[in-house]
Each structure stands twice: as structure tokens, then as C-alpha cells.
Design a protein around this ligand. Structure first.
Ligand SMILES: [Zn+2]
Length: 421
């Protein structure tokens, strides 16, 4: 019993001093023999970029890494529905992993848990609050063959422990595609049915104030026309795929910055700049102040922007072996991302920092975060247990489903695998 009381007492004591997030205090360092080591660097991901993610991606915010993990006592499910998920937090300095849900006794599998029904990442963090979408099945009509859902965009206040519904989605809405966190507001898209004509509806660019949680629909516009790029200095940045433009915080006073073909998932906010990868895998930088575009002379599969560096993966395909997999569209398994590089923010001083070889030759990062001296990611691994060079059904292993992540030490090339559950 003492073990439970002590962390609770610490929470109460620590949450009384200012705006400390009380859920950030309930962790213990891993045991000294865990083998966890850490060297510090102040470098971290650039803030203000659009928060875009997928299941099993890691997200960096406020000095921590977040991931949608399997809940401790999740409802058994053969199809990995969202009811099994809960939000986990990793402290990169100590390697400790905790649930964001503050109740140490919670199984995260009833509606009373604030993170029950966590639909999918991205999840947003601002002003001591966590923003996300919840959804779960409320009933099944066997005769009509329909399923009813509860779904809502919510915010959980880590200081007060209060859960607030921002928008009830009336059962609609899958995962959030992308969202933006400005100094005072969260921006995202909400689908609303037309009250006059229930067959039709529209997407609205929506914002909620951190302090009052007041929610406003700013504009009826589709995500394709106003994809979030980033936020800096009271200015929102968007792209429609062809033009990079800015607006004020009410989505007014549009200013076109430059024409640039920004494909989905291929542009990255840099605070004073936007980086993008074109269809030939070449990396360009757009300066937001002038619109000037520079070819950085590097090629990348994907990249991550930190305060000091660009981290990027090699775009070239490598053949791992033959594929004999039901439903797989190719005869060979081809993957990119064999090498990881780092360069300065202007593309200079590029150096290779890691190569997937030896026992890791068939392992690749899924979506990574570069924090200080480390790269963090879930991964895909291609298994060929009998070593005949032929990959069969079940060969593709996704580590996130088991709560496994990999950490790469940028300075030494050492790797470490952590299991979250
Ligand atoms: Zn819980």
C-alpha cells in the first residue's frame, strides 16, 4: 500500500507549486541495472509545426515523447480497435514510461478514464492541457446493420483533472488529420452536418482558446484548401498544395508567400522556414520572410527539423528479398531509409550518422523524432526466420503493436530497444 500512497502524496505536494503538470511527477526512474544511459543536448524538435501523426508514431511535446500505447488491461480485441489504446509518456532523460491518465489504479477501459476511446494520434499538448478525439461504440442495431458511436473532441486539463467536451461530433469523425497549436489557441478541422439538410455537411476550420476553452468555427473550408503548415509570431501558415500562404489568427488577411508544390506528408516546419521534399526526393527550403526557395543539395525519404539540424533518411530503395505474401502487390520486398543523415539547417555539413545493417538490416523507422543526441521511433522489421531470402505471410512486424520502440544514439550509433507495457 505504501508504494501507492507515496506517489499520490508527491502529486498533491508538487501540483500546489505553480503550473507544474501533476501527471509529470508520478514517475520513478528505471532501476540502476536497467542499462539506460543518457547524454544531454539542448537540441530539440522545432515547435509550432503542424501536428500530424498516425498510429504508432511517437510525438514530441514539452520535453517528453508520447505514444498511443496498449492499455494495461485493454479490452481483448482481435482487430486492434481504438478501445485498447491509452496515452503513454516517455521521459527521454530517464527512460521511464508512464500513463498520462493520472489514476494509478485505472485500467483505462471504462468511460470514466479520460483517455478511454482515444481515437488515434495526433494528440495535442498546450497550456497544461491535452487535446484529442474520443470515440466508442454505444450500440449495435442488428436489424439495420448499423453501429452507433459516441465521438467528441475533448480536452483534459492536467492541473485540475477535468475533462471537457469541446465539440460533440454526433458519432462522426475518424482520426484527426492534422492540427496546429498557436500561443493561445488550438486549430483543427471539425465536420458539421447541415441542420436544414441532414444529408449534407461541411468541414470547418475551428479553434479553441486554451484559457476559456471557447470554440469558434472560423471558416467553412476543406483541409485540402488550407492544410496546416505551422505557426510563428502570431501568424498561421497554410498550403493548398500549390501555394504557401499565411493568415492572421482569425484566418483573415491572407498573404501568398510563394508557389511551391507541397505534397501531403512531405513538408516540415522550421520556424523561420519550411522544408519540403519534391517528387525526385530533393530537399528545398522556403524562407518565410521572403519566399526565397533554395535547393539544399540533399535527397531524403523523410526528414525531421530540430533547432540546429535536419535529420533525414535515404530515399533509395533496397531489395530485402523475395515476397510470397498473400495480398502483397510486389514480387520483391523493397524498402527505403537504409541510412540516416544529419546536416545543418542550410543543408551544409551533411554526415551519415546511422546505417541499418547486420542484425538490423531488415529494420526501418516508421516515423521518428530527433531529440537531443537521440532518434526515437517505432519500427517495421521484415522477418525471415529460415533465412531463405523469401518473406512469407506475417513477415512484416510492426513494433508499435507490442509497444516496442527503438532509440538510436546519434553520437555513438548504439541502439536500445524499450518496451512500453
Ligand atoms: Zn485511465
Amino acid at each position: 500500500m505504501l508504494k501507492l500512497i507515496l506517489p499520490l502524496l508527491l502529486c498533491v505536494l508538487l501540483s500546489s507549486c505553480g503550473s507544474e503538470l501533476h501527471y509529470l511527477t508520478d514517475e520513478t526512474a528505471p532501476p540502476a541495472d536497467s542499462g539506460y544511459s543518457y547524454t544531454h543536448s539542448d537540441d530539440c524538435p522545432v515547435s509550432g509545426g503542424a501536428v500530424t501523426s498516425q498510429p504508432w508514431y511517437l510525438q514530441y511535446a514539452d520535453g517528453y515523447l508520447y505514444i498511443q500505447g496498449i492499455s494495461g488491461t485493454g479490452i481483448p480485441s482481435s482487430d486492434n480497435t481504438f478501445l485498447n489504446y491509452t496515452l503513454k509518456r516517455i521521459n527521454p532523460k530517464t527512460g521511464s514510461v508512464t500513463d498520462v491518465c493520472p489514476d494509478p489504479l485505472c485500467g483505462h477501459n471504462t468511460e470514466e478514464c479520460p483517455f478511454y476511446g482515444l481515437d488515434s494520434l495526433p494528440v495535442g499538448f498546450a497550456d497544461g492541457k491535452v487535446f484529442y478525439r474520443r470515440r466508442w461504440i454505444t450500440g449495435v442495431d442488428g436489424e439495420a446493420g448499423t453501429v452507433d458511436f459516441y465521438s467528441a473532441d475533448v480536452v483534459y486539463d492536467t492541473a485540475s483533472g477535468k475533462l471537457t467536451e469541446l465539440v460533440n461530433l454526433n458519432g462522426e469523425g475518424g482520426g484527426i488529420v492534422s492540427e496546429l497549436y498557436a500561443d493561445t489557441h488550438r486549430y483543427w478541422y471539425v465536420w458539421q452536418w447541415d441542420k436544414e439538410n441532414p444529408e449534407t455537411g461541411a468541414y470547418f476550420l475551428t479553434r479553441a482558446a486554451y484559457n476559456t476553452l471557447k470554440t469558434e468555427f472560423l471558416a467553412e473550408i476543406s483541409f485540402a484548401e488550407a492544410r496546416f503548415v505551422g505557426y510563428a509570431d502570431d501568424t498561421l501558415y497554410f498550403t493548398d498544395g500549390r501555394v504557401l500562404y499565411s493568415t492572421d489568427e482569425r484566418f483573415e488577411n491572407r498573404r501568398d508567400i510563394t508557389e511551391a508544390s507541397l505534397r501531403y506528408d512531405s513538408y516540415f516546419f522550421g520556424g523561420d522556414s519550411v522544408y519540403y521534399i519534391d517528387e525526385n526526393d530533393c530537399v528545398f527550403r522556403i524562407l518565410l520572410s521572403t519566399g526565397e526557395i533554395t535547393d539544399l543539395g540533399i535527397r531524403a525519404g523523410t526528414l525531421a527539423v530540430t533547432e540546429n539540424y535536419l535529420y533525414y533518411t535515404s530515399p533509395e530503395e533496397v531489395v530485402l528479398g523475395r515476397a510470397r505474401i498473400y495480398g502483397y502487390s510486389a514480387d520483391e520486398v523493397r524498402v527505403t531509409g537504409e541510412h540516416i543523415y544529419r546536416c545543418a539547417r542550410d543543408g551544409s555539413e551533411s554526415e551519415r550518422i546511422f546505417t541499418f545493417d547486420g542484425p538490423l538490416s531488415a529494420t526501418r523507422l516508421i516515423g521518428f523524432e530527433a531529440v537531443g543526441n537521440y532518434i526515437w521511433s517505432t519500427y517495421i522489421r521484415w522477418d525471415d526466420p529460415d533465412g531463405d531470402g523469401i518473406f512469407t505471410d506475417g513477415a512484416q512486424y510492426e513494433s508499435g503493436r507490442d509497444g516496442k520502440i527503438i532509440r538510436i544514439d546519434v553520437m555513438t550509433g548504439e541502439t536500445l530497444e524499450l518496451t512500453l507495457n
